[in-house]
Design a protein around this ligand. Structure first.
Ligand SMILES: [Zn+2]
Length: 263
């Protein structure tokens, strides 16, 4: 039984920005469709199907406020709607809980803050993350590189991170949750989670920053939002980010492979 996949991205800068925009739109569309379905069901006991939400999407794109949805591929957006339909099918068949908004799913941008803690803390935290969330997205970090950085090496050890990730994965299995690993090339810190603009540099000492769109971000929260959007987009709309063959020396390919457990 497959419980998860590990994804490896090697996007160029332009592709990364494009992915980030797409992920933001996917989340927006999913959440709006969920809100529409929820309202119709809660107020009028009226089921809203995929075709209805697809028509809504067309209408949303025509509004000034949501015209930006037209700037990304429609494939992942429609897949988000299909994913939502599946979630509702499972719910109505009493096989799953009511679908949750993507923004409410939690994030785990946990490396520096968490991995340095003691084992019992790691147990408590992983249990909580897995119990409270359907999906947890983590960043696949090159701990070796991080250890070269003096600021991070104090907070993390290779073993601690691996243990944390292992706990997260086996507990996710117990609870029927999903752990999505977004790989290290994803520029989680340098992208504005609000508008998708990429910052030229993002030195580690910068803890809060303001994007040119006017949004002020906490560094880790912003990175977490980007990771969550990336992980969920991959999870919900795998076809939107098609697995490709790795090209020799190329960082422009997207690779998808089954989860491999570390020994
Ligand atoms: Zn921005």
């Amino acid at each position: 039984m497959k419980r998860g996949f590990e994804y490896r991205f090697y996007p160029s800068d332009a592709q990364a920005a494009e992915l980030s925009r797409t992920f933001g739109c996917v989340r927006k569309v999913y959440n709006m469709a969920l809100a529409a379905r929820t309202e119709a069901w809660a107020l009028r006991r009226e089921p809203v199907g995929y075709n209805a939400t697809s028509a809504m999407l067309t209408a949303w794109k025509k509004t000034e406020e949501l015209a930006y949805l037209d700037d990304v591929s429609c494939v992942p957006l429609q897949q988000a709607l299909r994913h939502l339909r599946t979630a509702f099918t499972h719910y109505f068949a009493k096989r799953a809980n009511y679908p949750r908004a993507k923004a409410r799913l939690k994030i785990a941008r946990i490396h520096a803050r968490v991995a340095g803690r003691r084992v019992d803390h790691r147990h408590k935290l992983t249990t909580r993350l897995v119990r409270e969330n359907q999906t947890v997205v983590i960043e696949d970090l090159t701990v070796g590189n991080m250890l070269k950085n003096r600021r991070l090496s104090r907070a993390i050890s290779d073993a601690a991170w691996r243990e944390f990730r292992g706990m997260l994965e086996y507990k996710a299995q117990w609870y029927g949750r999903e752990v999505i690993v977004v790989v290290r090339w994803f520029p989680s810190s340098g992208l504005c989670s609000h508008c998708g603009a990429r910052q030229d540099t993002m030195p580690l000492h910068v803890r809060t920053w303001t994007c040119r769109c006017g949004m002020t971000h906490d560094r880790d929260v912003n990175a977490a939002k980007n990771l969550l959007a990336a992980g969920l987009a991959v999870s919900a709309c795998g076809a939107g980010v098609r697995p490709q063959r790795n090209t020799p020396g190329g960082r422009s390919a997207t690779k998808q492979e089954p989860l491999q457990r570390e020994p």
